[in-house]
Ligand binder design. Structure first.
Ligand code: NDP
Ligand code: 2IT
Length: 447
């Protein structure tokens, strides 16, 4: 059997053994596209069950999460933690609370995380978790009771040398606080390194809150640097208005770009004068409100309830909401309106058809594995600070983040070059991440 045939056989097995998990299939398919390129040159990577092992999580935990609402009603949610790969370090990756969460979603996120974490150059493995709990409209007390119940089970599976969760959709500083509090109570130890994204006064790192969004902006500035004078004066459309979107907007502004639109699940707003960040933070971070409130407050801004944010003409597009939010039609609209670069702040926000549109049009396109790695990289910096009982300044941590993003950008384009795929960030990120993980797997034997 040829090496290529072997790879196809493994891919078919993945589909058969993980039925009904389309997002997981999609994430695996995207990486396999790059693996075909690698095994043609280095067939040894198809030996010793290496790819088969990489497709199977080391451990998958599913548990019941019962909690009581303010009105006394008992709810039962499902909790997940997929501990995917610990070959480079403790499992590391966020927790997502959203009604769409299921095992397939957590597996796709965990799979992506392995390669993303490898690309950072820091010693972290890959994992992901979460729950189908819907935090929308829930009181602080309900969120706290849910987090406590979730951690009551999760605590036996995590630890600073084992598995280190952080935030993702629906999980921010407030939730990490409640989760850490319950972990501390159950274990009777102040084990700071068990979670990242903690508050600055109790073991958190400066810049972690900002890191994913800042990192996306640093990355896209690198993409534009060579030929286009960076982000200066570029019109930027950012989908979402959560943690990643808000801090992508902040850093884009600091780098001279003009973010003109953002969104949430109810619609999008356009402000051609540039998004008023203080107002956006007030609506989203303080009041936890809806994006339409922005247009209520800013007269010249418009709110569009149905329709696609990708119809807004721009130079740079940063999808920062969720998976598969940018499809073929959105990509075509962006290309038609003259977009020059797209960088994924979210995980897998662009569909394979969307990516194909950008490729065919020669648009610079950076996958989330590379462009949004600043969040987890700064989590690893938080772990470093916790381990050494130190805390760094905002400026120093931000410099470290910027250097890490430049490093990821360089590694990605160098790897693409090396395999004859100049300028292809998708293959570059997949291959650079894979080769690092694969070499470590070979060293550690069949485990
Ligand atoms: P938040 O919960 O802070 O914000 C999510 C934003 O996306 C909200 O505006 C939300 O709108 C919108 N959104 C979520 N789901 C949907 C949906 N199904 N349809 C339309 N809009 C949706 O999450 P983050 O900003 O932390 O995460 C955003 C993305 O970035 C995710 O893909 C996440 O995996 C990825 N990411 C996050 C990192 C982090 O450090 N937080 C690191 C790397 C990647 P609404 O409020 O209306 O639901
Ligand atoms: O997708 C991601 O990289 C995250 N949600 C952040 C993970 C982390 O451990 O900081």
């Amino acid at each position: 059997m040829s090496v290529r045939d072997r790879v196809e056989e493994i891919y078919k097995q993945v589909l058969d053994r993980n039925a009904g998990e389309p997002e997981f299939h999609q994430a695996v398919a995207e990486v396999f596209e790059s693996l075909r390129v690698v095994v043609d040159v280095q067939p040894e990577y198809a030996d010793a069950g290496l790819i088969d092992r990489l497709c199977e999580p080391e451990r998958q935990i599913i548990f019941r999460v019962p909690w009581t609402a303010d009105n006394g009603q008992v709810h039962v949610n499902r909790g997940f933690r997929v501990q995917y790969s610990s070959v480079l370090g403790p499992y590391k990756g966020g927790l997502r609370f959203h009604p769409s969460v299921n095992l397939g979603i957590v597996k796709f996120l965990g799979f992506e995380q392995i390669f993303k974490n490898a690309l950072t150059g820091l010693p972290i493995g890959g994992g992901k978790g979460g729950s189908d709990f819907d935090p929308k409209g829930r009181s602080d007390a309900e969120i706290m009771r849910f987090c406590q119940s979730f951690m009551t089970e999760l605590h036996r599976h995590v630890g600073e040398y084992t598995d280190v969760p952080a935030g993702d959709i629906g999980v921010g500083g407030r939730e990490i606080g409640y989760l850490f509090g319950q972990y501390k109570r159950l274990t009777n130890s102040y084990e700071s390194g068990v979670l990242t994204g903690k508050g600055i006064t109790w073991g958190g790192s400066q810049v972690r809150r900002e890191a994913t969004g800042y990192g996306v902006a640093y990355f896209v500035a690198e993409m534009l640097k060579a030929s286009r004078n960076g982000l200066a004066d570029k019109k930027v459309v950012v989908s979402g208005s959560g943690n990643v979107a808000i801090y992508a907007i902040e850093k884009v502004q600091q780098l001279g770009g003009i973010p003109i639109a953002c969104s949430d699940s109810s619609g999008y707003v356009v402000d051609e004068k540039g998004i008023d960040l203080d107002l956006l933070k007030e609506i989203k971070e303080v009041r936890r409100g809806r994006i339409s409130e922005y247009a209520d407050k800013v007269q010249h801004a418009t709110f569009v309830e149905s329709g696609s944010i990708w119809d807004v003409p721009c130079d740079v597009a940063l999808p920062c909401a969720t998976q598969n939010e940018l499809g073929e039609d959105g990509a075509k609209a962006l290309v038609k309106n003259g977009v020059i670069a797209v960088a994924e702040g979210a995980n897998m926000p662009t569909t394979p058809q969307g990516i194909q549109v950008f490729r065919s049009a020669g648009i610079s396109f950076a996958p989330g594995k590379a462009a949004n790695a600043g969040g987890v990289a700064t989590s690893a910096l938080e772990m470093q600070q916790n381990a050494s009982r130190d805390s760094w300044s905002f400026e120093y941590t931000d410099e470290r983040l910027a250097a890490i993003m430049r490093g990821i950008h360089q590694r990605t384009i160098d790897t693409a070059d090396q395999y004859g795929l100049k300028g292809d960030y998708v293959h570059g990120a997949n291959i650079a991440g894979f080769v690092k993980v694969a070499n470590a797997m070979i060293s550690l034997g069949v485990i």
